[in-house]
Design a protein around this ligand. Sequence first.
Ligand code: NAD
Length: 368
Amino acid sequence: MNKKNGRKILLLPGDGIGPEVVREVKKILDWFNDKKSLDFTFEEELIGGASIDINKIPITDEVFYKSLESDAVILGACGGPKWDKLEFSKKPERALLKLRKELKLFANLRPAICFKQLVDSSTLKPEIVSGLDIMIVRELTGGIYFGEPRGIEPIENNQRKGINTHSYTTNEIHRIARVAFDLAKKRKNKVTSCEKSNVMEAGVLWREEVQVIKDKEYKSIELDHMLADNCAMQLLRNPKQFDVILADNLFGDMLSDEAGMLTGSLGLLPSASLGAKDKNGRIRSLYEPVHGSAPDIAGKNIANPIATILSLSMALRYSLDLEKEADKLDEAVQKVLDDGLRTKDIISKGKKEVTTTDMGDAIISKLK
Ligand code: NAD
């Protein structure tokens, strides 16, 4: 069997517009199977609210184990008003947190690319964002969102105290730094590492240990250290100075949202979350659009499927060893935008408005 054949992909469409945008991904996988004999096997399962409605829980053990055995998991979105009143531990979004935690997805990759065709959709001036191509690497399983002690406790005088702990170990810093440096090697060879070493000891450690990895293992990569608040400002002032931005969980959360918005629309932003290699050398991975389930437009066939399609392209590149096919898919998206086709969220004067289905079909026609 060809090395590139027989890959297992698990599709988890989820809620709201999730099934509509994942349907377009399925069409593309079918196309690759038919035309390029790639022989992906893909299965589709319930997650989030869709799973709660049938199974009473946001993800079943069966689906969870399937995700462990897959070469890549592609998710639509979880959640929506129908399940908003459930208690926190039973909400649809818990499924996603469980997947991230149990698959040990410690690296979140969020590209912020400003397509030249959509430069006017950004809130920044065209000359600032045109040609923008940044990759944000965010640590996803450590830091203040998970650190102990945490909680809310009563204190004297009827007051309460909220506590969260920001902590990182050397190993946690080293493994995420390597992800950033490896990506930079395939890009413009530059990493900007962000922390708050001016006010946080954990930030001092972060800075020192990222430098250790660069000096030992990645001598040819340019490394800058930048305070996270300055990075937030520089992203608005001169975003094109960056190539790969490396940040912890908290700062990465903020910086990746900010960078994403430079590009204009949520409907265009893909993401990848990668784990450590398992004993067979396979990297566990989850690919999803940055946007949520968009209940306000669900079921109308107007959602933009590009973020999810570009998430598939990241899966081809990072999990399935199909760099050429990923390039081909990225080019197909560009060509469709060149032709002036736009879903409602990115429509502008003189362009042609198309449905979710039309956009998927148009991208497939460019693959041909
Ligand atoms: P959202 O991203 O779903 O929507 C924000 C706005 O962007 C809406 O106006 C929506 O119509 C628009 N939008 C989003 N994706 C679009 C697309 N592909 N094409 C066109 N327009 C698009 O965020 P929200 O409204 O804050 O959240 C809705 C639900 O999604 C909530 O239940 C939330 O918890 C959930 N959510 C899930 C995820 C996830 O599964 N990863 C992420 C974020 C939010």
